[in-house]
Each structure stands twice: as C-alpha cells, then as structure tokens.
Design a protein around this ligand. Sequence first.
Ligand SMILES: N[C@@H](CCC(=O)N[C@@H](CS)C(=O)NCC(=O)O)C(=O)O
Length: 223
Amino acid sequence: MTNQSSGERLTLYSQSHSPYAHKTIVFAHEAGIAGQLDIIDHETSPTNRNPAVFAVNPLGKVPVLITPEAGAIFDSLVICDYLDGLHSGPKLIPTNGAKRWQALRLHAVAQGLCDAGIALRWETLRRPEALRYPPLQEGQTAKLVESYDLLERQEPLDGPVDIGQIGLATALAWLEFRALPDFRTKRPRLTRWYEEFSQRPSMRATAYHGETQDGPAPAAIAG
Ligand SMILES: N[C@@H](CCC(=O)N[C@@H](CS)C(=O)NCC(=O)O)C(=O)O
C-alpha cells in the first residue's frame, strides 16, 4: 500500500485472541497504516479486571486506541472510523450511498457473530458448569446458524475491500479458531470467499493466538 498519512505513532490496546481487536489491526493493514500502530496486548475478561484497560475504557474492554486529539477511543468500529481518516487511499468505510449501508450492515452481522460466539463460549466453557443455561446455548447457536445462512444466500461479498468484509473475515477466522459452530458445511459461497480473503497479507500477518484468562472461579461455585 502506498497511502499517505501523517505517520504519527498510535497506541492500540489489543488482545491476540480478540476478534474486535483483530478487525482494527487488519483494517490498519488494509489502509496501509499498520506500521503506525504500537500494539500492546492486554488480557481482559468481565471476571478478571484489568486495571490498565479500565484506566482508558470504563467498560474494561479492548480494543482501545489512544489518539492525540481525542484521547482513548473505542469500540472497534469507532477505531476503524478513526483509522480511515488517516490515509489517503480509497475509504474502507464507504462515505455514502448503497455501498455505505451494505458495508455497515455486513459489519453489523459480523459483529453479531462475534457477540453470539462469545456468549456461546460462556454457556459452553467459560461459566462454571453448574451455572450454565442450555436454552441460552441454543439461542446463541441459532443466531450463528441463521447468520451463516444469510451470508451464504444473499449478502453481497464482492467488490473492493471494506469494513464489512474485514469484519466478516476476522469474525469467521475467530469462530474457527475457537471451534465454534462450523460455517463451511453446505455454504460453498461463503467458504470460497473466506478462503480467498484469508490469503490477503493483512490476514496472513495477523493470525489469532492465546487463551482467555477468566480468573479463578470463587470457591463457592468452583465445585
Ligand atoms: N463492542 C466492542 C466489544 C469489545 C469486546 O467485547 N472485547 C472483549 C475482548 S474480545 C473484551 O475486552 N472483553 C472484556 C469484558 O467483556 O469485560 C468492540 O467492538 O470493540
């Protein structure tokens, strides 16, 4: 990429296994400005407070970008919007027309996949077994399956790279990384698109790794 930018260094509070953080990093690569980011990995979990992250985001979540003019900004879409203003190439968040709403809608589906995937992991893995609620597990699985089917059937996936495609590719990569319900079987169009996108340098340079650190369960429920 040859996009021009101010070249100012920016700190990104990130996490090597967060789909939201991954999205912002792939976005920076696609915008040609990844070299400006100083990425600091932080472990976060609602059951394992990280004071350094709370110091910059009252929600205790990553990603967070520290900007010169506005201080700490979040969440991932806001960070992508900020990064899109730093380069002179074609905008990855289309500014108007049908392309804008298609891209943001695809991004919303992708964001929902991550949200449902995380909720499902709580119900299958992260919450102590005695506190899990099977109807929630089924409900979150249904959101994933319905979304996969919609993506296979009708969501436009072609055209220049945009925030929707970046969100989707990083979400699908995370769902596979975490062995969440499979999106490939009987979805050849989605699978083909994903495999092709995964070959982009932005994706190849930024694979997921690491484990969530939820902290010890209190003795009363540890069993
Ligand atoms: N809507 C936020 C979601 C961020 C998020 O949930 N990040 C996770 C890591 S994957 C986190 O830090 N969770 C800690 C917590 O929920 O307390 C975004 O798009 O940035």
